[in-house]
Design a protein around this ligand. Structure first.
Ligand SMILES: [Ca+2]
Ligand SMILES: [Ca+2]
Ligand SMILES: [Ca+2]
Length: 284
């Protein structure tokens, strides 16, 4: 972008002495810096950096659709952010009205944009107050799209969970075209360690969906590859592919807490031609 700006300023400087001064000042301020490498964005489907101030009054102003119950469910946050000036603050309370049988504030990818293969980057922050007991929470899900005549209440095939103070990945798969509700051929929990508090966690997820042995599931946590499932089934036998949701969803509170707050920033969804570098959180 800086190159483009320079070219514009130089071209206008030929017509005005005032612009000439602006060019010299701009050059002086940025001369020591080499031109920045730009993030490739051509394979991105959805981006949410929470920098659009319109989100404050209209949480639907961005690329994702917010499922939420009240005004406190989603807010722009200025003091805790991964990049730029603002992040998204997601909150649920035990006293909130329920949505689809549970407490949730989740931003969702449009189902029509789901692809057979996708790259997902997002940054997530748990404050000190986030306590996770035995009942657990969904903090990221790749939600399947049921076929006609199939139950819609199946567990997501790929889910990021908190529970008992830890982060876990839950993978499910099934070969049946019409699945029995709640029963999958395969179920695997992958423990990703204790929930880091008061720090941003940068996630990159790559999924090539398959209910056969052609699936790929790769997950990086803060640049370290923590899941690598190649040529294994990782989803259900459906005509349409799963769509990504992030936020927090809780179906049963237990006694560990009555409120959950999580922050998100730097959310990007790319198609099958995308890459780690294209979706990874943080400045370029
Ligand atoms: Ca931001
Ligand atoms: Ca089955
Ligand atoms: Ca199906």
């Amino acid at each position: 972008m800086k190159y483009i700006l320079y070219i514009l300023l130089f071209s206008t400087s030929a017509f005005s002495g005032n612009y000439h001064y602006a060019v010299e000042e701009k050059q002086f301020q940025t001369t020591p810096e080499p031109p920045l490498e730009e993030r490739n964005t051509k394979n991105l489907i959805l981006v949410e950096t929470f920098e659009n101030p319109d989100l404050k009054d209209d949480p639907q102003a961005g690329d994702f659709y917010l499922e939420h119950a009240t005004d406190h469910s989603f807010q722009l946050e200025e003091s805790i952010k991964r990049e730029g000036t603002t992040a998204g603050r997601f909150e649920i309370n035990k006293s909130d009205p329920k949505i689809w049988g549970g407490h949730r504030t989740e931003m969702s990818q449009a189902q029509s944009t789901a692809c057979e293969e996708g790259w997902y980057g997002f940054s997530q922050y748990f404050p000190d107050s986030y306590t996770s007991g035995s009942t657990g929470e969904v903090i990221g899900q790749w939600h399947d799209q049921a076929d006609e005549g199939e139950h819609v209440d199946r567990s997501p095939s790929n889910t990021l969970l908190t529970g008992d103070g830890r982060i876990k990945w839950m993978a499910r798969w099934d070969a049946d075209k019409i699945m029995d509700s709640g029963y999958s051929d395969g179920l695997e929990y992958l423990d990703l360690g204790p929930i880091p508090k008061n720090e941003w966690i940068d996630w990159v997820v790559h999924i090539k969906y398959s209910h056969t042995n052609t699936g790929i599931l790769e997950v990086w946590m803060n640049g370290e590859k923590v899941i690598d499932r190649q040529n294994m089934p990782n989803s259900y036998n459906d005509d349409a592919y799963p769509y990504f949701k992030f936020g927090v969803y809780k179906w049963n509170w237990g006694s560990a807490s009555s409120q959950k707050v999580i922050y998100y920033d730097e959310v990007r969804v790319g198609n099958e031609n995308s890459s780690y570098d294209e979706v990874k959180p943080g400045a370029y």
